[in-house]
Design a protein around this ligand. Structure first.
Ligand code: ATP
Ligand code: MG
Length: 346
């Protein structure tokens, strides 16, 4: 069966790292009999230049019809004064595809232990993902008000919204180490009590998965002091926003971290967590690993091509271990050097 992949290469370093990722995919696919085809669509600043819209209708249609979407990074100073910003395209595509869950891995391979700000004996073996609810909670709840003498935000969650992120998280755990940590503030917040009750119900459908319940404040500490305790963290939008950035820090480099956004009905979207890095675009020194690991995540979670996913991941780690790294990781290799070295190790 042919897997259809929509490719949104984006702006600045976007096309550079996407070219790397597609070269790695082509090589790995041949090795692992992975049948696929890619179609590129304009998106972000490039789409504004081409047709005046950050998210053209053809891109929405193509993305919706695909089995998975690869996105590099968009935006940058070129469009700072544009009437429509590239970032508006990001919000619009999240809405169009109903991307309700953002999944970020925090994995510290042996090669990256020294880059971590945490002591090696604590961080060694860290391998967890955060499943953050993305389309509801404190960032979207109504009423919202900012007055001179008071302000209101609302944290709202419906049953359906909590159930679907729980299901996504528990399913991820089934493909991983079968452990889930529900992170909330249920000693104080009503939404968190609701979140926890929903988790207890969903957990019955996944008897193989063990479940921990933790408070957000304790979890921010545990991520620094005992990060190997986690496999899948499931949490609300606000808490997940904070935890994701904290977790990214313990790996030591944003140039190596991929992410997945899960769609309610359609395809998942895979992208690096970093931005379009205008300061280094065109120099050939962008680290392609976050984009390449996004391809590995896609292989694992959208297509269950686990052997291929593991081969890509392992090749990335081996290349870092061999010291073939771009300047952000302290090396002097180019994007092309890193890409070639990864391909050679698959
Ligand atoms: P956002 O677009 O999410 O707002 P930002 O503009 O704050 O993010 P980035 O574009 O991610 O940030 O860049 C932050 C810094 O990290 C820059 O100095 C950039 O060059 C560097 N950087 C980001 N991605 C990479 C990469 N893949 N390789 C090397 N350096 C990178
Ligand atoms: Mg940016």
């Amino acid at each position: 069966m042919t897997h259809h992949i929509a490719v949104l290469a984006g702006d600045y370093i976007g096309p550079e790292i996407m070219a790397s990722a597609l070269a790695v995919l082509q090589h790995a696919a041949a090795k692992y009999d992975f049948d696929y085809e890619t179609t590129a669509y304009p998106f972000g600043g490039a789409a504004i230049d081409a047709c005046g819209e950050p998210l053209p209708q053809a891109t929405i249609d193509g993305a919706k019809a695909a089995d998975a979407i690869l996105l590099a990074a968009i935006g940058g100073p070129k469009w700072d004064a544009a009437p429509k910003r590239p970032e508006a395209g990001l919000l619009a595509i999240r809405q169009a595809l109903q991307l309700y869950a953002n999944i970020r891995p925090t994995k510290v391979s042996d090669a990256q232990i020294d880059a971590s700000p945490i002591k090696p004996e604590i961080v060694a073996g860290t391998d967890f993902v955060i499943a953050r609810e993305l389309t509801s909670g404190a960032y979207f709840g109504k009423p919202r008000e900012l007055a001179a003498d008071h302000a209101i935000d609302t944290m709202y969650y419906s049953q359906a919204e909590v159930e679907r992120i729980m299901n996504t998280g528990f399913q991820l755990a089934m493909q991983r180490k079968q452990h889930v940590t529900i992170v909330d503030k249920s000693n104080v917040l009503a939404t968190s009590k609701f979140w926890r009750a929903t988790a207890e119900r969903i957990a019955k459908r996944f008897p193989k998965v063990s479940v921990d319940y933790r408070y957000i404040d304790a979890t921010t500490m545990a991520i620094m002091t005992a990060p190997t305790a986690f496999d899948v963290i499931i949490t609300a939008n606000l808490f997940g926003d904070i935890l994701s950035d904290e977790a990214a820090q313990i790996t030591g480099s944003i140039g190596t971290i991929p992410s997945m956004s899960a769609g309610a009905s359609g395809p998942n979207l895979y992208e690096p967590i970093h931005g379009s890095a205008p300061d280094i675009a065109g120099k050939g020194i962008a680290n392609p690993i976050a984009m390449i690991k996004s391809v590995a995540m896609m292989a694992q979670y959208s297509f269950q091509a686990n052997a291929m996913a593991q081969a890509i991941e392992a090749a990335c780690d081996a290349v870092i271990a061999a010291g073939i790294t771009t300047p952000d990781l302290g090396g002097s290799a180019t994007n092309q050097d890193v890409t070639d070295a990864i391909i050679a190790r698959i």
